[in-house]
Design a protein around this ligand. Structure first.
Ligand SMILES: O=c1ccn([C@H]2C[C@H](O)[C@@H](COP(=O)(O)OP(=O)(O)OP(=O)(O)O)O2)c(=O)[nH]1
Length: 513
């Protein structure tokens, strides 16, 4: 995984960093000959640490919930009147503005057991406490910002093992005016004190990407079902919509996750106890690794693009009647599919990476910034847990010898998501699985049998019968609502891609910021 120069500086001993690598199993070393043509002939895998870090950033962007700062600003305006002038109210409001939206991934035994983001009323660490309570003991928590002292004291008290955070502006923002940041500075000090007196490791944990990872993610994102289907529907005109979308996302994410002014970034690092990272080469390494991860996230996010006329739709929408069948808002569906796309970069298959994530919608809105949605489980295609590289055959169906083909051994993404789920699938709730490719005939009955109500999936392989795997059952499946990436069916009557004017209209990308 390369050097971790800042690991020591941030309180994570190098020895421990090595252990992290060994927990990774054989990691990128698993892959040998490949057919994808990446630069070195090896398929790179995303390290688990980077996967958790990326997922925490992505959770910060969970759609549909206003950032706390925005909300309090709105409240302030709404509350103007006799009480609105109240000094105390203004102070509380200003304090709230200083709290930044934060994403969190809770990991137990290297498995994700929670994906959360802060809500209007609660910080994400508080949410983790409410949701998991003492089950947080020995967990590793990945935050998209350094948590504030109010969260930290409870989490530390619960006996977590490691608290890792993205080294940018902390939860209590230090980016505001000097006068209002006095409390933020005190909070940062308190957080440091809690850190030094706790058993938990509180640290920055970003691993450098293998050098061709970004290129590999670019290639595979471009080839993924969603981009390919869009390009096809646009008559393969061009895929500029993809690079355009990626550039915009990149700009947006850099603004959100990177402090553009380097001096200001150093100031913040110093205040939150990371002064060792302010010197070069550590500082430039840190920023480079942050930038690489941001680029990777932007690339994966644009592989499920935010287009005006495309989305996850059911081919026969007239049949959607009861609430279990109702589709999610497009932005939420896209958001969860990007999670599945990120998971796919952990695959142990040389050729095809698949990711799956299961969410459910509770009966009532929860305290989380995810509305009523809660995480059930996730997975990617891989050989049985604990197996070593040489334990199982890796050949695909091109190999004549059927005995040394992978398909009888590899566990599919959906199967891992179901096996290692951390919650039950409740029949009375709307539960949904997001899979980056079409679920195969082995997985379709499992999904249905588990009581999952909706499938959001790629469908490029639907109806195909390959030598080892077939994809016939998905098309015929009944009783589970299927949403696949396509043109909005209620608009298709007016869509003629050959008509230049119309095509342009369809190329126009609507982005929600
Ligand atoms: O529902 C599914 C279907 C497949 N996979 C995984 C299993 C396997 O690791 C890979 C197979 O992908 P594909 O069908 O595209 O086959 P391939 O990679 O071309 O291999 P082969 O040529 O052996 O079919 O995808 C899943 O995780 N879930």
């Amino acid at each position: 995984v390369g050097e971790l120069p800042w690991a020591e500086a941030s309180g994570l001993g190098l020895k421990e960093a090595d252990q992290m690598q060994s927990l990774e199993g054989s990691g990128t070393g698993r892959s040998v000959g490949t057919q994808t043509g990446s630069m070195t002939g090896q398929i790179p895998r995303l390290s688990k640490v980077n996967l958790f870090t990326l997922l925490s950033l992505w959770m910060e962007l969970f759609p549909g919930v206003e950032a706390q700062g925005q909300k309090s600003q709105k409240n302030e305006e709404e509350n103007r009147g006799p009480l609105g002038d109240n000094e105390e109210l203004a102070r509380v409001s200003a304090d709230k503005k200083q709290v930044k939206k934060t994403g969190l991934v809770v990991v137990k035994n290297m498995k994700i057991i929670g994906l959360h983001c802060s809500s209007e009323d609660l910080h994400t660490g508080q949410i983790a406490l409410i949701k998991h309570g003492s089950r947080l003991k020995n967990c590793d928590l990945y935050f998209s910002r350094k948590p504030c002292s109010a969260c930290l004291k409870m989490i530390v008290n619960a006996g977590v093992n490691r608290i890792s955070y993205w080294p940018s502006d902390p939860e209590i923002s230090l980016l505001t005016e000097a006068s209002s940041s006095e409390d933020a500075k005190l909070d940062a000090k308190a957080a440091e004190r809690l850190k030094s007196n706790s058993r938990a490791h509180v640290c920055v944990l970003l691993q450098p990407l293998v050098c061709y990872m970004v290129q590999f993610v670019e290639e595979t994102s471009y080839k993924c079902d969603f981009i390919q289907k869009t390009a096809k529907a646009l008559q393969g005109a061009d895929t500029d919509f993809y690079s355009e979308c990626k550039q915009e996302r990149l700009k947006e994410f850099e603004m959100l996750f990177l402090i553009s002014n380097e001096d200001m970034h150093k100031q913040i690092l110093m205040t939150i106890g990371l002064e060792n990272l302010c010197e070069n080469p550590y500082f430039s390494n840190l920023r480079q690794n942050m930038k690489d991860l941001i680029l990777l996230l932007a690339t994966v996010a644009s592989s499920v693009p935010n287009l005006k006329h495309f989305g996850f739709y059911c081919s026969n929408p007239e049949q959607i009647t009861d609430s279990h069948n109702q589709s999610l808002p497009q932005e939420v569906a896209r958001h969860c599919m990007v999670q599945a796309r990120l998971l796919a970069y952990r695959t142990e298959d040389h050729k095809t990476g698949v990711g799956a994530v299961i969410w459910a919608e509770g009966k009532a809105r929860s305290c989380d910034g995810t509305g009523a949605m809660y995480f059930i489980g996730c997975g990617y295609n891989a050989f049985p847990v604990g197996s070593e590289y040489a334990d199982f055959p890796h050949m695909d169906d091109k190999h004549k010898d059927r005995e040394i083909r992978k398909f009888r051994y590899i566990i599919h993404a959906e199967q891992n998501a179901l096996t290692f789920r951390c919650q039950d699938i409740k029949p009375e709730e709307r539960s949904m699985i997001f899979v980056t490719k079409c679920p195969c005939d082995e997985c379709v009955p499992l999904i249905k049998g588990a009581g999952i109500k909706q499938i959001y999936a790629g469908d490029v392989d639907v109806g195909k019968k390959k030598a080892d795997i077939s994809y016939m059952k998905f098309g015929e499946l009944e009783g589970v609502r299927k949403f696949t990436w396509q043109l909005n069916p209620s608009e298709t009557y007016s869509f003629d891609p050959n008509e230049p004017e119309r095509r342009e209209k369809h190329l126009s990308i609507k982005r929600s910021h």
